[in-house]
Design a protein around this ligand. Sequence first.
Ligand code: SAM
Length: 252
Amino acid sequence: MIVKEKEPEKSCDIVNEMKLSKRLQTVAEYIPSDAAVADIGSDHAYLPCYAVLNKLASRAIAGEITDGPYLSAKQQVEKLNLSAQISVRKGDGLSVIEKGEADAITIAGMGGALIAHILESGKTKLTGRERLILQPNIHAVHIREWLYREGFELIDEVILEEDGKCYEILVAEAGDPNAPYQHMTMAAGMLAGPFLLKEKNEVFIKKWSQELKHTEHIYEQISSAAKDGQSHEKLAELKERIALLKEVIGHA
Ligand code: SAM
């Protein structure tokens, strides 16, 4: 019996087949040309595969802490014949890279606190020459605070909506952490993002208007249920938050 060998997929077919979410595509566009990129928490390794296939990166590392996603990443890289360019590694955060091995680090699709934690616990792996491209699903403020403390300068930010969800992308390099926060209060800049605050696009206004409405609702509920001074501190905290949200939206 003659078994016909399966024809290898042509790279142009693969590039066409690899449709990435708008969210990850935007992250990939910030990879500096010809960079080696480390994608931490890579899951199916879609981002590094897309970046290498589209020549946005010359080579990549896909890091994963969990068995299932690690195996999915390995299978995806093998399926696309990219094992020579993409190394799939299992481990916690930046522990999978050697110092100086990556020119860019992407961490996407997690909460801001987890991304900040990954950066903090792996900071001895950073040379200060890497570009960090970070995409938190929520609580980007934790990342901005970490970048500021560690001497990274935000060089750009994007806010976008996809499938009814709102995503932020933060791009940073070592530099002057104060530079983007001119002409705004630090609290507003940290919460909402200095670039996003200046641009105030439709998605931004929608996100923070919803947050304001939600916070005002909580304030009213606590306020009407409060019989004594017990809730005083909580109400004062919420009032302060409402004032900050109004400042962010521009209705202060
Ligand atoms: N980056 C992909 C994206 O944006 O679509 C996948 C996001 S997925 C929701 C988060 C992934 O991060 C999971 O596969 C999880 O196993 C991985 N992860 C969580 N904590 C991690 C850590 N400390 N180090 C490496 N990977 C981690």
